[in-house]
Write a protein that binds this ligand. Structure first.
Ligand code: IVH
Length: 667
């Protein structure tokens, strides 16, 4: 009886997932879905004998850190030969025709730019997911792959082989990529260069619940096994679609070269409208018998070829290289270019990332360089046009000393970036720290903008964050451009900041890698700064979302005598260095009794962070809009269904800023 109910629920939820994530045609409301999922969770918890790793309840991932084991590929995962021109495609066609000496069809499909995955199914259930690895063996990432909603855990129908493998590409959609990078930028974490790296990185995360939150997608493009349903690649994929796999619509059987070229031309521009990154077209011989006849070379199959789209590229002159020092002391080399038009915008500068990249490019001043945008957000230099190097300019050598303070730069083991170690005396680092400290989301001191901080610094009135509290109105009023009134306002704002809660001070201190969310987690785990000062790396790691890197950074921060001295001075000024019991109490009541639905994407915090904020303030998260919804926290691109429902029920929409203001006011 219970078993039947469990199975019925699983089937219904799988179907709903498929309709939503594969077909893009939702059939049941979010609310109904959540209700059923909850019922299933309860039944499974109470009846552990019916546990199934492929149950829809397992898609949420787990907090347990995993180490990946390696698994061998039954069929090696070899790659495709790349071509960049229609001539090479013609060569491939002629070669194939000669070898086969009979009629043949080609299938054109998009080359998805993500990370390859091999999925093994037995008796209609996903049993293993392996990354490409070295082609012979890869990492077993099954737990993470189970969180990808468009990958079926149990198949539809009956006509699938008892055991088979299907390969495809795991992708991070552009919108998710942008959201993730915005979040990382805020936390001063290195940005993902493109969705491919982000997808590969995500798949290797230790914590599958984080993987689940990142909304990976997957397209499948290659069926392997003993008893495949059909004699052609095309039909095999069509059949796999009926089992529940996401197969691209951009799939065409071509009878001649002209049809292939039409496909290449059409998708070269149309791909820009797709939600995921593509970098070319894969052309495959359709008949499996012909594929087998053609066989493989040592490196790639003879029956397929990848045609790569030309990345949009411009050629321009490298005028100079400058080096920027960030708030954390990281040095960013920047190429100053002769302005050039690239995909609709004028490019004057390009990131050179780090010393290794400069060295590999063998850059010289005056070189004509290739600039590309492609999947990357910041244009990058991909090569030097050596043919046009007539007069050789000076070789670009990465600087050894900080351009601002002259300190010898350091490079941490295993890290690509150089850093200026002079944290407390290097001007841009000091100013950057102060600007961060006073910023709205930190201490929110008004009137101390970049310009004023510069003036105060140049006038020797401000050398560190503790000096802020010793500024006097006459000192401020004496500065150029600052009248008495503004000086007084600044002083008022400084005084007011003394009541900023502990967790925001922790963020304001500017400890490397400690963003807003981490600061909050640390504040709740170590409710007084003295506890945090004494915490060891091992203790710090026990805090949610704190890894080795953050822990080391916190330890290093407090090991520095001058940081401790600054904190002592701030304490003397009356800043809040502990989380008072009543503050915790207050914090947990602001949204009491409210049921809130989050929808859309946000600029300042991730959706998950907002979920936590809602809970910490006593509110309840819900995924579907109903008459019980108190309000919707609405980001950009809110789901149209939710919007319609909200309008029909008259549920209020609150923007991100309004929401943060609401919390602020209640604090
Ligand atoms: S077929 C033996 N089809 O490109 C042929 N690959 O260099 C197996 N890729 O590792 C690959 N889209 O990660 C195939 N439609 C597609 C593809 C595709 C992307 C990737 C895949 C593979 C690499 C080949």
């Amino acid at each position: 009886m219970i078993k039947d109910r469990i199975e019925a629920l699983r089937a219904e939820l799988n179907e709903a997932n498929f309709n939503y994530y594969v077909l893009n045609l939702p059939t049941i409301s979010d609310f109904e879905f959540d209700q059923k999922l909850k019922e299933l969770e309860i039944l499974e918890r109470e009846n552990p004998q019916f546990f199934d790793a492929n149950s829809p309840t397992q898609r949420v991932g787990s907090d347990i850190n995993q180490q990946f084991t390696q698994a061998a590929h039954q069929y090696p995962m070899i790659s495709l030969a790349n071509t960049y021109s229609e001539n090479e495609v013609t060569d491939f066609y002629n070669r194939t025709q000669r070898a086969l000496n009979q009629d043949f069809e080609l299938v054109c499909e998009l080359k998805y730019d993500g990370t390859a995955i091999s999925l093994i199914y037995e008796n209609g259930a996903l049993i293993r997911a392996i990354t490409r690895g070295d082609g012979e063996k890869g990492d077993d990432v099954t737990t993470n792959v189970r969180t990808i909603k468009s990958i079926p855990l149990n198949l539809y129908g009956k006509n699938y082989p008892q055991k088979f493998e299907i390969r495809g590409e795991i992708l991070l959609p552009w919108t998710e990529f942008d959201r993730l990078n915005r979040e990382r930028q805020q936390q001063e974490e290195p940005l993902f260069a493109n969705p491919r790296n982000a997808a590969a990185g995500t798949l290797k995360l230790q914590n599958s619940s984080v993987v689940s939150s990142r909304k990976l997608d997957a397209y499948l493009y290659y069926l392997l096994g003993e008893n495949l349903p059909a004699d052609t690649h095309f039909e095999n994929l069509q059949t796999a679609e009926t089992w529940g796999f996401k197969i691209s619509d951009a799939l065409k059987v071509c009878k001649n070269l002209q049809e292939v070229f039409n496909f290449l031309k059409y998708w070269d521009s149309e791909r820009k409208n797709l939600p995921v990154a593509t970098d070319g077209v894969v052309i495959k011989v359709n008949s499996i018998a012909q594929q087998n006849f053609l066989g493989m070379t040592a490196k790639s199959p003879r029956w397929a070829i990848a045609y790569k789209f030309q990345a949009e590229r411009a050629v321009t002159r490298l005028n100079s290289v400058s080096y920027q020092v960030g708030r954390t002391g990281a040095i960013t080399p920047v190429a100053n270019l002769e302005p050039v038009l690239l995909s609709g915008t004028i490019v004057k500068r390009a990131s050179l990332h780090n010393a290794d990249i400069i060295e590999n490019l063998d850059l010289h001043i005056g070189d004509m360089v290739f600039v590309e945008k492609g999947g990357e957000i910041i244009p990058k230099i991909t090569g030097v046009d050596l043919d046009s190097r007539i007069l050789i300019g000076e070789k670009v050598k990465f600087i050894k000393n900080c351009p601002e303070c002259g300190s010898l730069l350091t490079r941490y083991q295993g890290e690509a970036a150089h850093y200026c170690p002079n944290e407390n005396h290097c001007p841009p680092q000091i100013k950057g720290k102060i600007e961060h400290f006073v910023s709205r989301r930190a201490m929110n001191i008004e009137g101390l903008g970049e310009e004023t901080v510069n003036l105060l610094y140049d006038n020797n009135l401000l050398k560190n964050i503790a000096d802020i509290y010793e500024l006097k109105v006459p000192d401020l009023a004496r500065l150029e451009r600052l009248g008495n009134k503004s000086a007084q306002n600044i002083k008022i704002s400084i005084e007011r900041s003394k009541s900023v809660p502990y967790q925001r001070i922790l963020f304001a201190l500017g400890i490397r890698f400690v963003g807003e969310t981490t600061a909050k987690k640390l504040a709740f785990a170590f409710t007084e700064i003295e506890q945090l000062e004494q915490a060891t790396a091992e203790q710090l790691i026990t805090v949610d979302e704190v890894g080795e890197r953050i822990a080391q950074s916190v330890v290093a921060y407090f090991a520095d005598e001058s940081n401790r001295e600054i904190i002592n001075r701030l304490k003397m000024c009356g800043l809040q260095f502990s989380l008072s019991a009543e503050q915790q109490q207050e914090k947990s009541n602001a949204l009491a009794g409210k049921t809130i639905v989050i929808s859309g994407t946000f600029a300042k915090n991730s959706r998950d962070a907002y979920k936590t904020i809602i809970e910490q303030n006593g509110g309840k998260n819900s995924s579907s809009v109903s008459a019980k919804t108190s309000f919707i926290l609405a980001g950009e691109n809110m789901g149209p269904e939710k919007l319609k429902k909200a309008q029909s029920l008259g549920v209020e929409l609150i923007t991100e800023n309004e929401f943060l203001q609401l919390l602020e006011n209640q604090r």
